[in-house]
Design a protein around this ligand. Structure first.
Ligand SMILES: *[C@@H]1O[C@H](CO)[C@@H](O)[C@H](O)[C@H]1NC(C)=O
Ligand SMILES: *[C@@H]1O[C@H](CO)[C@@H](O)[C@H](O)[C@H]1NC(C)=O
Ligand SMILES: *[C@@H]1O[C@H](CO)[C@@H](O)[C@H](O)[C@H]1NC(C)=O
Ligand SMILES: *[C@@H]1O[C@H](CO)[C@@H](O)[C@H](O)[C@H]1NC(C)=O
Length: 206
């Protein structure tokens, strides 16, 4: 009896090794540029495997800025709900689609590093509050590929964290957290967010 179960265990473990090898080969093959990459997982919160700070510029279409605007509301706020708690309105139900410039420094005119492509919508009756999902699309000499971000944008917090849920290309299978803060705005036509991005899982050239 014991001999039999030993044999089963050996067969099982060699099967597991074979499955793991196939999975590893598959991952390496899918990595960007065909080169081998290996996973680095950060061991502590203050030691991300990669970090960067970039600035997101949202220029909203206001009716007469067609050439300059990079985002637009595509739904009307649900007036009854939007105005239910505050006479100025909270934009509840308003969805904005954007293809926004992302730069290295604060100024809108500074070096572009990526586009942020996605949407946000306002989701609270009582106050301004949003939820967003977008890709940072990189196509420069420094990076190509995408980072995909999503989460609650708790606008009343000075800083708020959203998740980096994945990536492609130079950011193959990346995960982490982006800390957002509002650093400038002009009425309802423009705002700028600082994004501190920290990755805790990175694939790097092996
Ligand atoms: C564009 O519209 C805004 C109000 O929405 C107005 O303040 C501004 O003067 C207009 N600009 C031009 C160039 O017409
Ligand atoms: C709300 O609207 C009133 C005028 O209707 C204005 O005086 C007030 O500044 C507005 N509040 C905010 C926070 O915009
Ligand atoms: C990326 O940049 C190259 C070179 O500037 C350009 O030819 C290509 O169309 C760009 N790709 C995208 C997806 O923007
Ligand atoms: C585009 O919009 C931004 C933000 O409102 C503004 O600073 C800039 O002057 C505008 N550019 C043009 C060409 O209108």
């Amino acid at each position: 009896m014991q001999g039999l179960s030993m044999m089963k265990q050996q067969q099982l473990s060699s099967l597991l090794v074979a499955v793991a090898a196939v999975l590893l080969l598959g991952l390496a093959g899918a990595a960007h540029g065909g080169g081998r990459k290996k996973l680095i997982v950060s061991r502590s919160e203050d030691e991300p495997c990669k970090k960067m700070t970039v600035y997101y510029h949202d220029i909203l279409y206001s009716g007469n800025n067609t050439a300059n605007a990079t985002s637009a509301a595509v739904t009307k706020p649900a007036a009854a709900l939007s105005l239910s708690h505050w006479k100025n309105g909270t934009f509840f139900g308003l969805l904005v689609v954007f293809d926004d410039l992302v730069t290295e420094e604060q100024a809108l005119s500074s070096e572009p590093v990526a586009r942020a492509q996605g949407f946000y919508f306002y989701d609270k009756k009582e106050q301004y509050n949003a939820w967003m999902a977008f890709s940072l699309v990189f196509n420069s000499t420094a990076y190509t590929g995408t980072l995909n971000l999503m989460g609650a944008d708790l606008m009343y917090e000075k800083t708020r964290d959203i998740s980096v849920v994945g990536g492609t290309g130079d950011f193959f299978m990346s995960r982490g957290v982006a800390t957002l803060s509002l650093v400038a705005y002009e009425g309802t036509v423009y705002f700028r967010l600082k994004m501190d991005i920290k990755l805790y899982e990175c694939y790097v050239a092996a």
